[in-house]
Structure formats: C-alpha cells, structure tokens
Design a protein around this ligand. Structure first.
Ligand code: WTA
Length: 648
C-alpha cells in the first residue's frame, strides 16, 4: 500500500457515530452490548457459540463445541447438520417459504426471481441430477459459471448431498482451471455455454474444452444454456443442464453430515506459483457466516440485500450464498459489468429493486468516483440504510465519497476485513454499535481475538504497526489446505508462535481500532483480488522469449495495486511494445485477464543481492516511480538500477 495512504490513515481523525435511528432498530444497538457479547465470546467461547448454533438446525446436536489440537480445530464435534437444509428447508415451514430468496438480473436486462420454495425445488432437482451422474458424498465438483441463479443452485445441491464444490471464477483461464480441477480431482464440471460481460459472451464452455484433455478425473460436464452461443458437446461426457433437469425428481432430502464434513475448496493465491486450496467444513462455517451476516448487515425480514461480488470469490460464497440464505434474507444477484449499458447500472438497480443493504469493494467505489457523480445522483437511493466494503483497505477519500454520495450521510458504513481463509468477517464495525472512522475496519467481531505483533511475536503498543494475527480459533476458520497440511501449518501457524498469521500489516489506535495496511508478503491485492507475484512470474517465464521475471505491486489509483513486471529476455528476443502486448495476453491466457501486468519493463538483469535474492523493495520503488530509492548497499550490480529507471 502507498506510504502516503498510510500517512493519511495515521492522521485521520473524523468519527461517525451510528445514527440514532439506525441504532434504535439494530440487532446490536450499543457499544455496551457489543462489548458484553464480545467479552463473552472470548472468555466463554463454548457458551457463546453453542447458543448461536442452537439458532440453526442440527440433525444431531454436537457433543463438544470446540476441540483445539493446535493448529487443527474441530467445531461442534459429533453434531450432524446440512448447510443446504439450513439455507432452504429451514425456511419452508413459515412465511419465508414464499419470500424471495434471489432477485436476479442478467446483463442484457432479463430478470428472474426465486422464492425460497422455488430455490429449494431447483436445488433438490439438481442434487438428483448430480446423483444421477454418479456424484456421491465426499466427491469434488468444479463449478465454472457466470453469475446466474444456477450457480448458487449448483453449490447448494453439492452441499445437500455432501459433495464438495470448488468454484472457479469465470475470469480465470483454461490453464488456471486445469490446476484447480487437478488439485481437487474433481469428478464433474458444471459450466455454461457462456456468460454476458459488457455485451460480449465469455466463452466458458470453450475454456472447459481446452482444459479437459489435461484433467483425467473429470467424468461429466453439465452445461447451462445461457447465451445461446454455439458450443461443442461431447457425447457421453457433456450434458445440457435443461435436459437433465427436465427428468429430475424434485424430492431430495438433505443428507445429515458431520459438522466437520468438507463443504468446499476455494483456491486463492499464496506466495508460491501454486494456488492454495482453502478448505472449509460444514458446521463452523455455517455458524460463522450466519452470525456475521445477521449482525454486520443487520439483516431484517424486509431487507433487500445486495453484494456486488462474484460468487467465484469467497465474498460471494459467504455473503451472496450461505450466510445470507441461512438468515432467510432476500438477495440481489447481477450477472454483468457495472457500466453496461451505462455507468449508472448499479444505481439504477438499487433504485428499481429498492435495495436496503449494499456491499461492494473499494476498487469499485474508486471507479464510480472516476465515472462521475451524475450517474449516482440521477437515481433515488433513499431505500439504502446500510452500506459496506470488503477486499482491500479503503482510502479515506473514497470512504467519504461513499458516505456522502451513496449513503447520503445517513447510512453507516461497515468496512469489513477478512480473508478466504477466515471464511467470515473478522474485523468490522457493528453498524448500530460502533463509531466508524474513515479507513479503519474498527473492532474485532465476536470470537475474534485479533492482535498486532512485531517480528518476535510480541504485541506492539499503539500506534505502532506490525503483523495482524489471530490468537484463538474461530468457527469459520480454514481447516487445512487441500492435500497439503504441511503448507497449512507452515504458512499460517509457524510465523508467530501459537497464532494464526494473516499476512496483513496493521496498526491500532488509542481506541483499539484496527487500521489495515495491506499485505506484508508477496501477495498483491489487485482490484480487491489476491494475486501472487510468483504466479504472475511463472506465467511470464513460461513464454519462450522470457528468461527471468520479477513481479511486484505498485500503488494504482483505481485498482489499489497494479502489477509491474521486470523481465529479462532470452537470446535474440527484442523487448519492444509488441512483445509487451504479447506477454500481457500470454499472462491472461495462463491465469486470467485480472493478472495482466500494468507495466512491463525489459532489463538486461534484475537487481539482486550478492546472495542472489531479487531486491523486490527496490523494484517496488522503481515501479511506483519513487525518486528516493532505499538502501542499495547490498546490490550486486549498480548499473542495473540506472537502466531500470530509464526503462518504462
Ligand atoms: C485484504 C476477501 C483492508 C487483506 C474477503 C486480506 C482488506 C485479503 C479488507 C483477503 C479490508 C480484505 N481492509 N484489507 N476491509 N478486506 N482485505 O482472500 O489484505 O480475497 O488479507 O478475501 O484482502 O483477500 P481474499
């Protein structure tokens, strides 16, 4: 993160107490209530979480709330439940049965609503489709779909029968798909002929076809017809969604599953070239996403809640699907781009669907600012009562714009810090209880024992900065990395003794508020999406022209962080603009468009220490265009520097 932003955060002194009218109706309406519940959740976690879990359905009640065998947690041990049951069946006995679960809008403007009863029926049918394809409890299913209702339907159908899903973001390439399918040994892929994005078709099935010759575990593919574009269907392997659904029985009782049964795998970037398969299990994840949705979004029976994330990321898993449906809320889902057909698409939708709670990313907010206020002000946003952000630190200016233009100085803002690994929101204001400060995610959620430590693992004193760690297990925490428990232990539990290491830097202030400062490892945060520098490097060196590559993040006005690549070439390859274009598309092909470097600089050599380590800090300064370049005394070859600065 840019140092000027850090400096801004350090001097930010504006405070915004919860509006009285909001607090009066809030699920948690005072700081005292928050503090009392928080203290209980830390001092008596078993009592606290046991009581929360009672609000949900269990086929068999747990014997023990938590078994902690460092660093492995088991929550609600001995209990059996089903998350699909809790998201659907649990609501069918009363008035929620005919309440709308999803209001969906396709990019071209087509609309669809599904009540809880209708959603339940579709999920049961698709669960039977999966069974018919030989998918059983414990199997893994890869889902690679656009933002259409069939995506949550497929997820909930997997959860219903105890198959684990691995959702792969539709923006990832065929190669990224191969890695993820292979690692999870997925038996089936659920996809679509395509999805709509800025008026164009994203050819998902074509990417699946490109991937499948390299994924022997896949036995069947289900293809949803969404765009009517032409696709190849392979006999015996590929099936149309609508054909299978036409014959499917709509009765499929939810399977009672052990609380620690594998719910899903979600791949995320780490510090090596290989993405990590984050493992979430059933009971704890259910309880964590349920409770955070209830308190952080202050969900009420008549809310219309909209999270603009893609379900391909954890935000969509927890706060479009599981946590939201477990609360029986009505959610809005949108398929396409925020500026199609015009830059006011989201505000037009807020107005038309009378959205009350709105959750988006700082990168989106910065983009809205750039597009111009007129796209916002021409719409009636008076139904909004609460707005939130996730994915990256929000700069105070963007926070203030969000507060004024979208929240009309009336809606509390919840800046929610969490990770794919944490499963649920960890640091956040409770909107009726906690005074907010622009740029701070404020205080830890119930059960979250957060701290900031130095390299030696000692707590620092405010306002000193350090590493953000979590000292105690929490229900929705990742259980391991799929197929790589060693990496799980090493990555998260070995850096600071006894603590979960988040990989984020933070500092706190005199009120105990947390201010997140960005990643401290070699992971970038590009438009709120995590991207490992090593992943982009290995994509670059897989191109014939490239000998060596070093990738760093640099402050980017809209994306938060941009990607800069320093590349040395092989033999007679010529580093010109054409090659830059070629390399950018090569990276898009290897990983996905989100990984395309914003800057590529060709160089004869990379700056290395005498021991051969690439000097990333130096490269970061160069990419950021900084005049002052830090300590270079260990640099092997000074001439490299001058050349690098000249290149752009
Ligand atoms: C960053 C997204 C500051 C952080 C839910 C974290 C944030 C990474 C915030 C996780 C926030 C997320 N303020 N930084 N409110 N929310 N981050 O796994 O660096 O895609 O480690 O999960 O995003 O990204 P992930």
């Amino acid at each position: 993160m840019a140092t000027e932003n850090i400096a801004n955060l350090l001097t930010e002194s504006r405070t915004f107490p919860p509006p009285e009218a909001f607090a009066a109706q809030a699920t948690c309406g005072s700081l005292e209530d928050y503090q009392r519940l928080y203290d209980e959740s830390i001092n008596s976690p078993e009592t606290f979480w046991g009581r929360v879990a009672e609000e949900l359905h269990w086929f068999r009640k747990w014997d023990t709330v938590l078994e902690w065998d460092h660093p492995h947690a088991r929550w609600f041990v001995g209990g059996t439940t089903n998350l699909s049951y809790n998201c659907l069946d649990r609501h069918l006995d009363g008035p929620r049965a005919d309440k709308i679960a999803y209001i969906w809008e396709g990019e071209p403007g087509d609309q669809r609503t599904l009540t809880y009863r209708e959603l339940h029926r579709e999920v049961c049918k698709f669960a039977n489709v999966l069974k018919g394809l030989g998918i059983a409890k414990g199997d893994r299913v890869c889902i690679y779909m656009p933002m259409v209702p069939e995506l949550p339907i497929a997820m909930l159908a997997c959860a219903r029968i105890g198959a684990a899903h691995s959702v792969v973001f539709g923006g990832f390439s065929a190669n990224a798909l191969v890695d993820r399918i292979t690692d999870a040994e997925a038996k089936a892929v659920i996809t679509a002929d395509g999805g709509w994005r800025r008026g164009k078709v994203v050819p998902l099935k074509a990417a699946v076809d490109e991937a499948l010759p390299r994924t022997p575990s896949v036995q069947s593919v289900v293809v949803l017809r969404r765009t009517d574009s032409a696709v190849d269907m392979r006999d015996g392997r590929d099936h149309w969604w609508h054909e299978l659904m036409a014959d499917a029985d709509d009765t499929c009782p939810a399977e009672p599953l052990d609380s620690e049964h594998l719910l899903y795998i979600l791949y995320t970037s780490g510090t090596t070239g290989k993405p990590k398969g984050i493992v979430h299990t059933t009971g704890g994840y259910m309880v964590g996403t349920y409770l955070t949705s209830k308190y952080v979004f202050d969900l009420k029976e008549d809310d219309i809640y909209w999270c603009t994330a893609d379900i391909g990321w954890v935000t969509g898993h927890s706060y479009i699907v599981y946590g939201i449906l477990a609360n029986g809320a009505t959610g809005v889902m949108y398929e396409g781009a925020p500026n199609h057909p015009a830059p006011d698409r989201l505000w037009d939708m807020v107005e038309r669907h009378k959205v009350t709670v709105f959750y988006t990313a700082p990168t989106a907010i910065r983009t809205f600012i750039k597009w111009g206020d007129e796209h916002v002000t021409k719409h009636d946003l008076s139904t909004l009562r609460l707005i939130g952000t996730v994915g990256e630190p929000i700069n105070p200016e963007a926070w203030m714009w969000y507060h004024k233009l979208i929240g009309k100085e009336r809606c509390p803002i919840v800046d929610t810090w969490w990770q794919t690994e944490t499963g649920a929101i960890m640091i956040t204001p409770l909107p009726g209880a906690v005074t907010t400060k622009p740029g701070s995610a404020t205080l830890p959620f119930f059960g979250v024992d957060a701290d900031i430590v130095n390299e030696a693992g000692e707590s620092v004193t405010p306002p000193d900065g350090g590493f953000l760690v979590i000292r105690k297990p929490w229900p929705s925490m990742l259980r391991t990395l799929y197929g790589d428990d060693e990496r799980y232990q090493q990555q998260y539990w070995s850096q600071v003794a006894g603590c979960y290491f988040t990989g984020d830097g933070a500092h706190s202030d005199a009120d105990g508020y947390f201010w997140l400062l960005g990643r401290v490892d070699d992971v970038m945060n590009v438009s709120g999406h995590r991207m490992g520098t090593a992943e982009v490097e290995s994509a670059l060196v897989s191109h014939d022209a490239v000998a060596e590559a070093a990738v760093v993040g640099f402050p980017h006005e809209l994306k938060g962080e941009g990607i800069a690549a320093f590349v040395t070439l092989r033999g007679d390859a010529v580093g010109d603009d054409e090659l830059k274009t070629v390399l950018r598309s090569h990276v898009a092909h290897e990983i996905g468009a989100i990984a395309k470097p914003d800057q590529i600089r060709f160089t004869d050599a990379l700056p290395k220490t005498r021991s051969g380590k690439i000097m990333r800090r130096l490269l970061r300064d160069i990419a950021a265009g900084k005049e002052e370049i830090g300590d270079t005394t260990t640099l092997e070859d000074y001439s490299v520097l001058t050349k690098l600065r000249e290149e752009d």
